[in-house]
Design a protein around this ligand. Structure first.
Ligand SMILES: [Zn+2]
Length: 395
């Protein structure tokens, strides 16, 4: 297919060097099973010199829908119905954040990792900058990179262990015994007496070496990441207990939870509640940390849906929910907890009809974050300390 679209150009320069294929889109299926397919997804990401899997993840994160790249067909499927314009906007956002040089706008940039940051380096002007710090895709790429590196280290470690095992099989001692018959009896006697002494010393030395090695092995067996994880899980569970106690204390006044009061103040009922509104009040919403605060935001949002009535506000609901998720205002575990506990809604002053209607509306979104969580779980055995700290910080 002809490459007709400028990569990051303003569309006025006909001689613009960087071109890519125009996004193709079509919808498949009906009703709840409706999907949007981008058949030339592989070609587009290829033109951008970016992994189609990363691009698919970005689409998923931005649209709050499950988005999967198919290695066989080179197409991408996004759950739900999305217009060409919406998908093009997402693609342009990706290009702006993960492709173009922040200084000169050149689309030829290389990705590298530095700590928790994804670094883009411009091949034209040499400018280096952090790409979209904190974005779900940034974190995923960094994790992916560290996972690969972690695996490499593991192989090295195993190889080393194999070598160590080799020196511990007693081969050195066998050689002495085999050499012995070549000498006369006297020699042998003399030798063995002399060597006996040496052997004792050697044996002592070797015994010491072996015991040192065993000590070292013992230290390796409890690998530091596992130990750290165990300790942090303990701390976490303590924090969880504390949360529970707090929760019991607050249960009596759920309706007037400070965050619920603030939420209603931040989003007055006479103004529309949209994704943009959430993003503009991000700082205030992030002030209240912890599980209870995040749950209060979600129940406050649900209560507003009840007060706002009408399906019009419900239309925006998934976008609002996604904005809370993408901006780390509410973490997936808390969104899923909220989703699961419709039985608690009445404690926040929400009627049963609303709580069912609202949850029915965001089924797809919940499926999407569960899918993301699964992906993260798969990577869990590659978690390094830095990522662990992130995880704990994010709780
Ligand atoms: Zn540049």
């Amino acid at each position: 297919m002809a490459k007709t679209e400028d990569i990051g150009g303003d569309g006025t320069d006909f001689a613009y060097r960087y071109k890519m294929e125009k996004l193709q889109t079509k919808t498949e299926g009906r009703g709840n099973g409706i999907k949007t397919v981008i058949p030339n997804f592989g070609a587009v990401s290829g033109d951008l010199h970016r992994s189609p899997h990363h691009l698919a993840k970005f689409f998923g994160a931005e649209l709050g829908s499950i988005s999967k790249y198919n290695d066989q067909t080179h197409g991408c499927t996004v759950n739900g119905s999305h217009t060409f314009e919406a998908l093009r906007d997402v693609l342009n956002k990706f290009i702006r954040t993960f492709v173009l040089c922040a200084k000169c706008g050149n689309p030829e940039t290389n990705m590298s990792i530095s700590g928790k940051d994804l670094i883009l380096t411009c091949q034209a002007c040499g400018h280096q900058f952090r790409a979209a710090p904190g974005h779900k895709l940034t974190n995923a790429i960094v994790q992916e990179f560290k996972g690969k590196k972690g695996k490499g280290d593991k192989h090295e470690k195993e190889a080393q262990e194999d070598e160590n095992e080799g020196s511990d099989t007693g081969i050195v001692a066998d050689i002495d015994v085999e050499e012995a018959p070549a000498h006369s009896r006297h020699d042998r006697k003399h030798r063995s007496r002399r060597e006996g002494k040496e052997n004792d010393e050697d044996k002592e030395k070797r015994r010491k070496e072996r015991s040192d090695k065993k000590k070292a092995d013992k230290e390796i067996v409890v690998d530091p990441v596992t130990a750290e994880l165990a300790k942090k899980m303990q701390d976490q569970s303590r924090a969880f207990q504390e949360d529970k106690r707090q929760e019991a204390k607050e249960r009596r006044s759920y309706r007037d939870h400070p965050m619920m009061v603030e939420f209603d103040k931040l989003f007055p009922l006479d103004a529309p509640l949209t994704q943009q509104e959430i993003e503009s009040k991000k700082e205030q919403l992030l002030k209240r940390k912890g599980q209870m605060g995040q749950l209060a935001i979600l129940y406050a949002l649900e209560r507003q849906m009840m007060k706002r009535q009408g399906d019009e506000s419900l239309q925006e609901f998934n976008f609002v929910l996604n904005a809370l998720y993408q901006n780390d205002i509410c973490h997936e575990v808390n969104i899923r907890t909220w989703y699961q506990f419709s039985s608690l809604s009445h404690l926040y002053g929400i009627d049963k009809t609303t709580s069912e209607k609202v949850r029915n509306k965001c089924k797809d979104f919940i499926e999407f974050i569960e899918e993301e969580d699964k992906e993260e779980e798969e990577k869990a055995d590659e978690v390094d300390e830095g990522a662990l700290d992130d995880m704990i910080d994010n709780l």
